[in-house]
Design a protein. Structure first.
Ligand code: SIN
Ligand code: NI
Length: 254
């Protein structure tokens, strides 16, 4: 397919109220980050890429294709999208690099829930205290199609061990308080997104509909991030030593 991305709208969609909500709760909804034309283009490209790479990793919860921006010039434009980068930097308040992207498809009627977890404990980062993810809906995602649910304030839980996103009790077993926190469930229209802090606990419902749920996630880390030494699919092939900077063309500044 020969296609070019549509010209992104250039204004930053994040208001001061959104920044305040993000800093308080650890997540925020940002509507209108992609045009309908962009959504159509990137949704098809995400389905094609998942098919082509057979979803690099297939789980019960989703098929995951990691770092597609390094292989697909069209989706590279989405991962490096200036509107999303501007939104991320306004929420974060400083300089950011791409950690990785991933396409997360919940297969029709077959997927399980993505259970409650924090993202940051999975990542081999030192000196990146405030990573954040843009979770972009490339189709309408009502609750029954696999939308996200967040635990407000959980970004302040800074020292929990990694939780198992296939185990519904994993976070509760580590942090019983989570059971009593009101949850915020966030259905999204195509072209809307949420941003969440790397420590903000979240889950996603199963997809009970006949169509795939197409989510595209861009993860930003602090510009200062260094390698911590723990295993991760993105850094394992790179022969890094703990303390090495995660910079250069594989981790571009946005
Ligand atoms: C999902 O979309 O199923 C989960 C996304 C996430 O854990 O960040
Ligand atoms: Ni997550």
């Amino acid at each position: 397919m020969t296609a070019t991305a549509c010209k992104p709208s250039l204004s930053c969609p994040v208001t001061d109220e959104m920044v305040a909500a993000y800093r308080r709760d650890g997540f925020v909804k940002v509507p209108g980050v992609l045009t309908p034309e962009e959504v159509a283009l990137y949704a098809q490209a995400s389905l094609d890429a998942t098919e082509q790479h057979a979803g690099d990793r297939r789980y019960g919860a989703f098929d995951q294709t990691v770092n597609i921006w390094r292989k697909d010039p069209l989706l590279k434009q989405l991962t490096l999208h200036p509107v999303l980068a501007a939104a991320a930097k306004k929420l974060h308040g400083g300089r950011l690099r791409i950690w990785h992207d991933h396409i997360l498809i919940k297969r029709p009627q077959k997927s399980t829930a993505t259970e409650f977890h924090q993202d940051k404990p999975y990542w081999p980062h030192a000196t990146s205290p405030n990573p954040l993810s843009a979770w972009i809906a490339l189709c309408d995602v009502p609750v029954e199609k696999g939308c996200m649910t967040f635990l407000p304030g959980s970004q302040n839980w800074t020292s929990l061990p990694a939780q198992d996103l296939n185990d519904s009790q994993s976070l509760a077993n580590i942090c019983g308080d989570m059971r009593w926190i009101p949850r915020v469930t966030m259905p999204l229209r195509a072209g809307e997104c949420t941003f969440h802090h790397g420590l903000c606990a979240h889950m996603a419902t199963p997809n009970h509909t006949p169509d795939p749920r197409i989510a595209y996630v861009i993860i930003y880390m602090d510009e200062t991030a260094t390698y911590s030494g723990i295993k991760h699919i993105v850094t394992d092939p790179l022969n890094l030593q703990p303390g090495d900077r995660l910079d250069g063309e594989l981790f571009p500044e946005v």
